[in-house]
Design a protein around this ligand. Structure first.
Ligand code: NDP
Length: 333
């Protein structure tokens, strides 16, 4: 069994120096515990925050301990009454080939609604983030304009599609022409902008949002958000989901400077974390699974092969290498 531990806290962009691989025993399960063999491991931008030693909504990852994230795996040993060998489960587990965990820490998944990997994306944390952030805070109405940044990522691709289902005019901002084509051609967004090649984001966006912006789902912060916030309509809503453009900065957040922009539009900006909605996850998964089965919701995954490539897959998030949800495949079921 191997695990990846946080060896050193990153300053700026993380590198291989921050991680160490260690050989560890597979602990025998005690009463109520199971051993889970990892099949897919999720790497997520928020994990960058936990690698730093700063006050946040969760504790920092301790140094020299295995990094934890969401995993889909298979039960290979069970000392629990509810879970049997062969069951597929998901939960917060270590970056390890095998985790021994209390059964209560994982949730059984049936794999019938969607392939197992989807429980780490569209039917998991990122799908639920899109669902609650957009519907609960963004509250898009028919005919309104919704702009989403990070639009071709795990959260953004779902935000735009749900906004379309609600009858909105949807514009996505992403970092390559391939991504813009994907969200417009495959997912049905009305328009998209490649923020890396466009001369002036605000000007391009205002052409694509002739009626202004009613909802801005912010995944990235920084200059992109500065531009969008200049186009807000009165009483616009801004679910502040993430600020990936600032996560690796060593000199603090990069904008957006919001005060007068919010005042002029009397917009509501509300940050949230998906965990705030934990008691409503069932409702979210039910709707997302229904839309999937009806073909109203599509998703994409970028699957990197091999445990040893977990750090590289994680770094890729900050370089825009992923289309849709970034996962690492550890083993076949
Ligand atoms: P994504 O799948 O969107 O992957 C990250 C993407 O961010 C990259 O593909 C890249 O796309 C984009 N990106 C990277 N660096 C920058 C930059 N400097 N400026 C602009 N875009 C950049 O990740 P997720 O969908 O999992 O997460 C999206 C956001 O949502 C993150 O900020 C994350 O922290 C947040 N989040 C918040 C949650 C919550 O509970 N509030 C839960 C889950 C995620 P591109 O090529 O377009 O640049």
């Amino acid at each position: 069994n191997q695990q990846i531990v946080l060896a050193k806290r990153p300053e700026g962009m993380p590198t291989h120096e921050n991680f160490t691989y260690e050989d560890v025993e597979i602990k025998s399960p005690q009463k109520g515990e199971v051993v889970v063999r990892s099949l897919y491991i999720s790497v997520d931008p928020y994990m960058r925050g936990r690698m730093s030693d700063q006050k946040s909504y969760t504790q920092p990852f301790p140094l020299n301990e295995t990094i934890n994230g969401t995993v889909v795996g298979e039960v290979v040993e069970s000392e629990d009454d509810q879970l049997s060998v062969g069951d597929k489960v998901t939960g917060f587990l270590g970056w390890r080939y095998y985790n021994t965990t209390p059964a209560s820490q994982v949730r059984k998944i049936d794999g019938e609604q969607a392939p197992l990997s989807a429980y780490l994306g569209v039917l998991g944390m990122t799908g639920l983030t899109a669902y609650f952030g957009l519907l609960d805070i963004g509250e898009p109405k028919e005919g309104e304009t919704v702009v989403v940044s990070g639009a071709a990522g795990a959260v953004g691709m779902i935000v735009g599609q749900i906004a379309k289902l609600k009858g909105a005019h949807v514009v996505g901002i992403a970092g390559s022409d391939e991504k813009v084509n994907y969200i417009t051609e495959e997912l049905g967004f009305d328009a998209g902008i490649n923020y890396k090649t466009v001369d002036d984001i605000q000007e391009a966006l205002s052409g694509l949002c002739p009626n202004g912006v009613d909802v801005y789902f912010d995944n990235v912060g920084g200059e992109i958000s500065d531009a969008v916030l200049n186009l807000l309509n009165s009483f616009a809503r801004i679910p502040l989901c993430g600020a990936i453009s600032s996560y690796n900065r060593t000199d603090g957040d990069l904008g957006p400077r919001v005060q007068t922009k919010l005042l002029k539009s009397r917009a509501k900006l509300q940050a949230f974390i998906v965990g705030d909605y934990a008691d409503r996850f069932g409702e979210g998964v039910q709707d997302l699974a229904k839309w999937l089965s009806e073909g109203k919701l599509k998703y994409e995954e970028t699957i990197t092969d091999g445990f040893e490539n977990i750090p590289d897959a994680f770094f890729g998030l900050f370089q825009g290498k992923n289309l849709g949800k970034q996962l690492v495949k550890i083993a076949d079921p």
